[in-house]
Ligand binder design. Structure first.
Ligand code: MG
Length: 378
């Protein structure tokens, strides 16, 4: 097994981590968290991330981020910060690659519509669905359903969870009941996600023309980096100027997180993962950086995610998801046999429909909608 001696005592260690739900022998050349990462890369939900929306619909342009490229960027940012803090890079990578597996087609709107549709049957939440994908839905192994991942990986995938869901889920959600923290690797991946989407959504937003540099210059945090680039390369324009700005932005955020968290870890000196769980969050930005990052998020929410052209996509997408759900509920015979509930139990049928729809890529959902509703497409 790959040595993990270089890790800090407060990192997640394969050897001392909680076992898998279905016991398995260790692997000769890979640590447990490397195996988790590899299982995630080989699962079918991971491949479908390529055709799922981040902000822009998958077919709107080949240059925009999809959930797959987003997840790869989260893994890159996360791993480099993890290495600096002597945390377990393999666990961070596994969490980054898995964190969006449960997303529906069409980004957050798909989740919101499914959640409404499923309100009598426990609702729908993408974090819970990501866990459901790795615990139950993937069919890869002879001995068990799902990927049989390590406890720390499963717990890190479940980033948020209501108290009522936590009570149903058992140990993996216990921290929401106890109000304790997950591993440092999970805390870090969550913030790597934020660093990645804040910067790449600016890039995609500018590329699409929905936001402009002039607007962004009103965001102090962006403006400082932009003016640094203008000072270093007078007259630099276009994509190069944007990339030079965004790479600085990522570096500033990552460096701040490393410095702030290093100091916190040094002070708290948690002896092991159990001490990490009991402590307050130890991976974080400094207060000024938190303020800057939040200002940027607010800008993107107001100017990009709520842009009228994005709203049009959102309304259309919500109609597709709702109509698919309603069609399948009223006529389960339209579903592929695997998704038809033979017992007639309504809640189980609804959950299978949600699984089916959530598993769709953007283009598959559009095609499926056409197959079901278009009269001239018989
Ligand atoms: Mg994400």
């Amino acid at each position: 097994m790959t040595p993990e001696q270089y890790l800090a005592p407060y990192a997640a260690h394969s050897q001392t981590a909680r076992a898998r739900r279905h016991p398995e022998a260790g692997h000769a050349s890979r640590s447990e968290f490397q195996r988790d990462r590899d299982r995630i890369i080989h699962c079918s939900a991971f491949r479908r991330l390529e055709y799922k929306t981040q902000v822009f619909l998958n077919h709107e342009g080949d240059m925009f981020r999809t959930r797959l490229t987003h997840s790869l960027e989260v893994a890159q940012v996360g791993r480099s910060m993890a290495r600096n803090l002597r945390l377990n890079e393999d666990l961070v990578e596994a969490l980054a690659l898995a964190h969006d597996l449960g997303h529906t087609p069409f980004g957050h709107v798909g989740q919101d519509v499914l959640n409404e549709c499923m309100k009598d049957f426990g609702g729908f939440e993408h974090n819970l669905q990501s866990l459901r994908v790795v615990d139950t839905l993937e069919e890869h192994y002879g001995a068990f359903d799902g990927l049989n991942l390590m406890f720390d990986t499963r717990e890190g995938i479940l980033k948020h969870c209501s108290l009522s869901h936590a009570k149903e889920l058992g140990p993996v959600a216990q921290r929401f009941i106890d109000r304790t923290q997950p591993t440092l690797e999970a805390q870090l991946t969550d913030l790597a996600d934020e660093i990645a989407y804040n910067s790449h959504d600016i890039d995609d937003g500018l590329r699409s023309g929905l936001i402009t540099i002039a607007q962004l210059e009103e965001v102090d945090f962006f403006a400082r980096r932009w003016h640094e680039v203008q000072a270093a390369y007078p007259g630099l324009l276009g994509r190069r100027a944007i990339y030079e700005t965004l790479r600085r932005l990522i570096t500033v955020l990552a460096d701040d997180l490393i410095a702030t968290s290093s100091a916190l870890l040094q002070d708290a000196a948690p002896a092991d993962v159990d001490a990490v769980r009991a402590a307050p969050p130890l991976i974080r930005f400094s207060d000024p950086m938190r303020k800057d990052a939040t200002e940027l998020k607010r800008f993107l929410r107001q100017n990009l995610y709520k842009h009228y052209q994005v709203n049009r996509m959102r309304v259309k997408a919500s109609r597709i998801v709702r109509e698919l759900y309603e069609a399948f509920v009223s006529e389960p015979a339209l579903l592929p046999p695997d998704y038809q509930e033979k017992t007639g139990d309504l809640a189980r049928q609804a959950r299978k429909i949600a699984d089916y729809i959530a598993g769709m890529t953007d283009r598959y959902a559009i095609r499926e909608h056409r197959r079901i509703f278009a009269i001239d497409d018989l």
